[in-house]
Design a protein around this ligand. Structure first.
Ligand code: BG6
Length: 494
């Protein structure tokens, strides 16, 4: 593909190119875009990192990482094309000289006269300010040539630091240049939720407090913190996952239909949801949120260490690796319907699931099946690893009696020959093409922090104890204390 728009960037600088995010998410996604021939011809990548490497070491490192991740999807000829776009750039994030050298490199593009650049901050949040200031100091913030900056989550540590980071960004870049990324919005099954809700007249009339008993959003991971203690021990599950990914899922489940599928129309609706979430008072934190940390245990048949024994974690750390929380959205559609959100590391298996439980039928018609034992209907939207939709409905049990039983209507999202897309593929292409629809506006970030801030503040003061759960389990029974009624329970699987 050739660069169609004059605004297309031809330089894509990845700060933190040798880090986890870059290796596990960005490189594979960019490789897939290369394979699909979706990268503009003129696009080159600059891998900014501080390891004392030359081009060859970088290339060998990237090749190994991609082989490990992609397995049989790795192809030599595609890698050769992809690797040819890269230059390794040795630099320290805090060293202004490195940015002067970067200006030189960027001013000599391999082809044509284009100098548009993307700066991707695949680095620890604590490093964002230094990079933003240094880019600006050497003039790489100018909208001339349309430079874009991509900021990863978590955006800030709490509401105050998020506001400061935003002010800093706005001091140096225009809003049109800023791409705040939450990769959950790039997942096709999450986008499919919009289609499921707003393209099916069947669903929308039921999607409210009259029919829905409660909503559960679970993002369970079986992995631990994977060499990220430095970041994770200061963040914890609430900041790492719930404030951003799970809150975004909540907004997509709960929002009103936007007037158009445009960036701002969509964001306006999401912000309305966040603004309607009932604030949690200090006294109510215990009833609304639960945290825990993994102890040693067995995952996939292998013994794994507890969180405090992970390299780099403080021995008496009370950082949560599991969080469950309950929110109410006080608007006409949702008032009184609890939204239970839950996420954790080192749980029994990797599963992201949105589970919608409907109310019990109001009348006991089937005598043999007492009302209290009639299981309610569920709609289950599985985001990963299975990408599917399931509906649980009652049918008559075959036989002479008039009993009911549940059957599942299952629909796989993807047909067998359709390749899955990585969330980052969609989002990186959007950055390159300048489409901000799936990126976050600051008021979303801010309202989302406002919602979780009381929990954060409360937990910060309670630093002497944290519950633990065995790695490889589904967490702890104590998380059930959030439920409003006894017939509610966590839905772990399809
Ligand atoms: C990241 C978190 O944003 O999302 C990680 O920082 C987490 O801790 C990851 O593992 C999960 O993403 P996915 O796409 O694998 O569900």
């Amino acid at each position: 593909m050739s660069a169609k728009s004059p605004d297309y960037p031809c330089n894509f600088v990845i700060f933190g190119a040798t880090g986890n995010l870059s290796v596990l998410k960005l490189m594979p996604a960019l490789y897939h875009l290369e394979a699909a021939q979706r990268l503009p011809d003129a696009l080159t990548f600059i891998a900014f990192a501080r390891r004392e490497w030359g081009q060859d070491e970088w290339r060998a490192f990237m090749e190994q990482a991609l082989r490990d991740k992609l397995k049989e999807r790795f192809k030599d000829e595609i890698f050769a094309r992809f690797a040819a776009r890269f230059s390794y750039f040795l630099g320290e994030l805090h060293d202004l000289d490195a940015y002067h050298r970067l200006v030189d490199t960027l001013s000599k593009p391999k082809s044509g006269t284009c100098t548009n650049s993307v700066f991707y901050l695949a680095i620890k949040p604590a490093e964002f300010p230094a990079v933003i200031k240094n880019l600006s100091e050497v003039g790489l913030n100018r909208p001339r040539g349309m430079h874009r900056v991509v900021v990863e989550k978590p955006f800030g540590q709490d509401i105050e630091s998020a506001q400061l980071l935003n002010e800093l960004l706005h001091h140096h870049f225009n809003e049109e240049q800023i791409f705040r990324i939450d990769h959950y919005l790039g997942k096709e099954t999450v986008q499919n939720l919009l289609v499921f809700r707003f393209a099916n007249t069947l669903i929308e009339p039921l999607w409210n407090r009259n029919f829905i008993d409660h909503v559960q959003i679970t993002v369970a991971e079986d992995v631990g913190i994977e060499r990220r203690a430095d970041y994770y021990d200061k963040a914890g599950a609430l900041r790492d996952m719930l404030q951003n990914h799970l809150m975004q899922l909540l907004t997509v489940v709960a929002m009103e239909p936007p007037p158009a599928l445009e960036a701002d129309a969509l964001r306006d609706e999401k912000v309305k949801v966040l603004r309607s979430i009932r604030p949690i008072s200090r006294r109510a934190v215990h009833a609304h949120a639960f945290r825990a940390q993994y102890a040693g245990g067995i995952v996939d048949g292998e013994q794994v260490p507890g969180y405090q024994d992970e390299p780099g974690v403080e021995k008496d750390s009370v950082t949560e690796t599991f969080v469950a929380a309950k929110f109410y959205i006080d608007n006409w559609r949702w008032r009184g319907v609890p939204f239970y959100l839950r996420t954790g590391k080192r749980l029994e298996k990797q599963t992201s699931l949105i589970a919608i439980r409907f109310r019990h039928p109001p009348q006991q018609l089937f005598r043999e099946t007492p009302l209290q034992t009639i299981d309610p209907n569920w709609i289950l939207l599985s985001i990963q690893p299975s990408e599917s939709m399931h509906m649980e409905v009652h049918v008559k049990q075959p036989g002479l009696g008039m009993n009911t039983r549940i059957v599942q209507l299952n629909a796989s999202y993807r047909k067998t020959h359709e390749e899955p897309l990585e969330a980052y593929e969609t989002l990186l292409l959007d950055v390159i093409e300048g489409d901000r629809t799936l990126f976050i506006r600051f008021d979303e970030v801010e309202w989302s922090w406002r919602v979780v801030d009381p929990i954060l503040k409360y937990w910060e003061q309670e630093r002497d104890f944290i519950h633990t759960y065995p790695a490889g389990s589904w967490g702890l029974h104590e998380a059930n204390r959030l439920f409003d009624s006894e017939d509610q329970e966590w839905r772990n699987e399809l």
